[in-house]
Design a protein around this ligand. Structure first.
Ligand code: UDP
Length: 242
């Protein structure tokens, strides 16, 4: 039984605690939601539970398919135990369909399919508002070694393939998502969460948005969308295992 000990850190959507084991942390997912660099704040009731459960489920799927992750176990309705990571301060975004900042930056209509997946890096820095960077910036600022960058890229594309397959079974389109990686005893592991907060999921038939864009853009039925994608993805993973 892993014990929740000293509070370590609070982020926008999660709280992190130490456990009795220095190698393991406990992550508690909150219902708090923020968008637009923290300017918009709100609550999505039940989000913490959905994000904890979905992350647990998808990290397990990824581990089975060869992606090393920080996930250890789901220990409460909104709590997971993870391997303690030193986070690489780089966000890795993968996109299959133009949306959000890419649609804006390149003047593409939201929903335009991309001929091949696009991978982008952003520097994790609240003061700088997470600027987009490339591999040269990562090397120059020593945010990660070239080998670590190569690993993060290959894991990110593999995660895209694996998650796209699961989502297809759930009749959802994986539009884009953000990953974070960290170091645990010298190895790169996938960290953070995989949830409607960090991915864009669209219904395959109606193209309805079933993710945090419902909160960002005041589209209504936010809670319902979170519950719906969790249910559909849980069923899809069940089908895949059978
Ligand atoms: N994303 C995220 N955290 C961030 C920025 C983006 O989880 O700080 C996710 C976002 O949910 C989407 C993808 O990364 O699935 C690409 O986001 P985009 O660059 O389009 O930015 P946004 O439109 O969310 O500002």
């Amino acid at each position: 039984m892993v014990e929740k000990k000293e509070f370590l850190y609070e982020g926008k959507a999660k709280r992190v605690y130490r456990t009795g084991d220095p190698d393991l942390y406990l992550v508690e997912f909150k219902d708090d939601a923020t968008a637009f660099d923290g300017l918009k704040k709100g609550t999505i009731t039940g989000k913490g539970e959905v994000n904890a459960r979905m992350s647990a489920l998808l990290f397990q799927v990824l581990e089975r398919r060869g992606i090393p992750t920080h996930f250890v176990e789901l220990v409460g309705p909104r709590e997971i135990v993870v391997k303690a990571l030193r986070i690489v301060p780089v966000e890795v975004v993968v996109r299959n369909v133009a949306a959000g900042s890419l649609a804006q930056r390149l003047g593409l209509e939201e929903g335009t399919p991309l001929k091949s997946p696009v991978l982008e890096f952003y520097y994790k820095s609240d003061e700088l508002h997470d600027p987009m960077i490339n591999e040269y910036h990562i090397a120059a600022l020593e945010l990660a070694t070239p080998d670590q960058v190569e690993l993060m890229k290959s894991y990110a594309f593999k995660v895209n393939e694996i998650l796209s397959q699961v989502l297809e079974l759930a009749e959802l389109i994986l539009v884009d998502f953000k990953l974070e990686f960290g170091l645990h005893h010298g190895s790169i592991l996938l960290g953070d969460e995989i949830s409607p907060d960090t991915c864009r999921f669209w219904d395959r038939n109606t193209r309805e948005k079933l993710d945090k864009d419902r909160f960002r853009r005041d589209l209504g039925k936010v809670e319902e969308a979170y519950q719906e994608v969790l249910q559909r993805i849980t069923e899809a993973v069940g089908k895949q295992i059978q």
